[in-house]
Ligand binder design. Structure first.
Ligand SMILES: N[C@@H](CCC(=O)N[C@@H](CS)C(=O)NCC(=O)O)C(=O)O
Length: 215
């Protein structure tokens, strides 16, 4: 199979797909759609997926949308065969995307000048309140676990690492939530995750809330 991944090096969902590709040592071509640098990549991307959400995988010309599906497509071993364990992995994958990354994206969107000049403070407050609810839940769920669903690095960690990376930037995880903070630190030390973080460093100036001087 010939694989091309369209995405932005600073995008959390692109990281999710890249982490799976790096974890599984899968050869692929990265097609960067950052800014106006690579117009031919942007045009090819939109031709395959007019909705315009990235990442997008193209496998021998066939588009594969949605980061969770891309992870399973390129690295099936990141979802365990055991049915109960697979459900736990997929549950945590959904929670990181829907209840961590979605409020983070809402907060970021309210600070993007090309989206709005007047941040919707009520929307930001609702997103922060969502993170305040999910952080303690995750802290309890991750207690005693090395990775999100247990001993092995899975699809859930491909989602957990990027979402918590950015969540802690926009709405810091409280010090007392040691399981969650420890999990985030372990995830950032994982070589595949460290690699996507490093590859994105040149783009940190783009972070609309100002990237903190850490990580
Ligand atoms: N459910 C999608 C979400 C992808 C997503 O929201 N990607 C962001 C970048 S991290 C995006 O495409 N933003 C551009 C836009 O919304 O126009 C997935 O898992 O792939």
């Amino acid at each position: 199979m010939s694989l091309e991944l369209f995405g932005h090096p600073f995008s959390s969902y692109t990281w999710k797909a890249l982490i799976a590709l790096y974890e599984s040592d899968t050869p692929f071509t990265f097609r960067n759609i950052a800014g106006n640098e690579f117009p031919e990549n942007e045009a090819a991307f939109l031709e395959h997926w007019p909705v315009g959400k990235f990442p997008l995988l193209v496998d021998d010309g066939v588009p594969v949308m949605e980061s969770s599906i891309i992870v399973e497509h390129v690295a099936p071993a990141l979802v365990p065969d055991d049915r109960d364990l697979a459900l736990e992995v997929r549950t945590l994958d959904r929670i990181f995307d829907n209840h961590v990354m979605t409020p983070v994206q809402a907060i970021v969107a309210e600070h993007l000048p090309f989206i709005t000049q007047t941040p919707d403070e009520a929307r930001i407050a609702r997103a922060r309140a969502s993170l305040d609810k999910v952080y303690p839940w995750l802290d309890a769920r991750l207690a005693g676990r090395r990775w999100a669903a247990g001993e092995n690095f899975t699809l859930a960690d491909c989602a957990g690492a990027p979402s918590l990376f950015y969540a802690d930037w926009v709405h810091p995880i409280p010090e007392g939530l040691t399981s969650l903070k420890g999990y985030r630190a372990r995830a950032l030390a994982r070589p595949a995750v460290a690699r996507v973080v490093d590859e994105a460093r040149p783009y940190r100036h783009l972070f609309p809330l100002g990237a903190p001087d850490r990580d």
